[in-house]
Design a protein around this ligand. Structure first.
Ligand code: ZN
Ligand code: ZN
Length: 455
């Protein structure tokens, strides 16, 4: 198990020497990712190198146009590219909604050969979905180290005010100029840090999934992410001062998390129960016509909330579980569906049920999982023990001035409490929250988050 991370002279990030004996299939990432001060200056050469064509649509919003859009336009035009700008102008922060996606779609013409996005999450997603549907290659110029989605192929979008996910395109070329990233507001930097810190939980949940359900765990991808997250925590003051070094460490962690998705083809290393909670907050706030928290900031706060449940479970005595009592108080399928409708609303509940068919366990399966947790409890404890002290994580966030509590993200108590109880239900991806639920411990662990619910 090994890998090397290095940079070529032009700033191209290279992951090499990928050796892993795990059962996952490993693909070397085919994207060109450039990180460094001034790498944007070489954008024309980067595009020529991959023969993407001469005619493109360049998408920015009114803010990112000023940050790097105009310059990208000038660099490409000077090099002979035919560039049609599509500047999405909004009074408030731009949403990746049907209007924005439509603006990009209508700017594209039959002879457009590739798309260029200049922005962070919202702009990238708006362009990515178009690139996928129309079948065009895409170049992404990042303007903030605020989330790990630059390398993603899934885009969270908004349709009629509701959060949806659609397939998008992973950009062929990603350009993260540290001089540009450094100009992003601190709030976006904190959001990037929050998204990265969640990876600690994602990794532990992945290993627990391998212990309980024999899921394939890739130790190399686990290590790639852990190395990057540890480095980030150790260098939080560099990040706070937005030094070149600090920005590199942050964007590297975000990109490397995304690269594991390309290597093994799924997001196990980057998202788990902390993301379920953050998504739930985003979704419910939008459904209620309120401002959704920033993704990474919400992930960071959710990470702080779930962490103590992990460390508490490491002290648990599973031999005391009364399996007959657990069997007797099992939820019926109808009760579970009713609960999902209560927590998520009709529409979202229906899609959760549809997409996670196996989530209603037979007693035989539940019993198997409980017995496995009992038999291999030492392994579970060991993997939880590998987490750094929560105080270090909390301290890092506090030093940055990041949002620390649900209230900081605009999440009030009833929503918070419900989110903790339904985090286990969002998808069938295995997490410690499912272990707790299956072992009949979740209610007790969540007694500080009371909800009003009777099946
Ligand atoms: Zn995320
Ligand atoms: Zn592997």
């Amino acid at each position: 198990m090994s890998y090397q991370l290095s940079y070529e002279a032009d700033g191209r990030l290279v992951i090499s020497g990928l050796e892993c004996g795990c059962p996952c299939e490993h693909n070397e990432p085919a994207q060109d990712i450039y990180v460094g001060s001034g790498v944007l200056d070489n954008i024309a050469r980067c595009i020529r190198r991959r023969n993407l064509g001469d005619r493109c649509v360049l998408v920015a919003d009114n803010i990112t146009w000023e940050v790097a859009g105009r310059r990208t336009f000038e660099l490409l035009t000077a090099d002979g590219f035919n560039v049609t700008p599509c500047v999405i102008r909004r009074d408030a922060p731009m949403e990746p909604d049907e209007r924005a996606v439509g603006e990009v779609f209508l700017t594209i013409t039959a002879d457009t050969q590739f798309l260029v996005s200049v922005g962070s999450g919202s702009i990238t997603d708006t362009v990515r979905v178009n690139a996928k549907r129309i079948g065009l290659p895409m170049v992404c110029v990042g303007t903030a180290a605020s989330m790990d989605g630059y390398t993603s192929s899934v885009c969270p979008l908004t349709l009629r005010g509701i959060k949806i996910h659609r397939e998008g395109k992973c950009p062929e070329i990603i350009i993260c100029d540290l001089d540009v990233l450094r100009t992003a507001p601190m709030e976006m930097v904190c959001s990037g840090v929050g998204d990265v810190l969640g990876k600690y939980i994602a990794k532990v949940d992945w290993i627990i999934g391998s212990i309980i359900n024999d899921e394939a765990y890739c130790p190399t991808c686990g290590e790639i992410v852990t190395d990057a997250v540890n480095k980030l925590v150790e260098n939080v003051d560099e990040i706070r001062s937005r030094s070149e070094k600090g920005m590199r460490i942050l964007i590297e962690a975000l990109l490397l998390a995304g690269i594991t998705i390309m290597i093994i083809g799924h997001t196990r290393a980057v998202a788990s129960v902390e993301h379920n909670i953050a998504h739930y907050w985003e979704m419910m706030q939008m459904m209620n016509g309120r401002k959704a928290p920033q993704h990474g900031a919400a992930v960071g706060v959710a990470t702080l909330l779930v962490w103590p449940l992990f460390t508490r479970f490491a002290q648990e005595d599973l031999s005391k579980l009364d399996l007959q009592a657990l069997k007797a108080k099992r939820q019926t399928r109808a009760e579970r569906e009713k609960w999902l409708v209560h927590a998520y609303g009709e529409e979202a509940a229906a899609s959760i049920i549809r997409e996670n068919e196996c989530d209603f366990l037979t007693w035989e399966e539940q019993e198997r999982r409980i017995r496995r947790a009992q038999e291999r409890f030492d392994q579970i404890r060991e993997c939880i023990a590998s987490l750094p002290p929560l105080e270090d994580i909390r301290g890092a966030m506090a030093r940055l001035g990041a949002q620390m509590t649900p209230a900081d993200c605009g999440v009030e108590e009833p929503l918070l409490n419900l989110s903790m109880h339904c985090a286990k239900d969002y998808r069938s991806r295995y997490t410690l929250f499912k272990t707790l639920d299956e072992c009949g411990l979740l209610e007790e662990y969540l007694k500080d988050y009371p909800i009003d619910w009777q099946a």
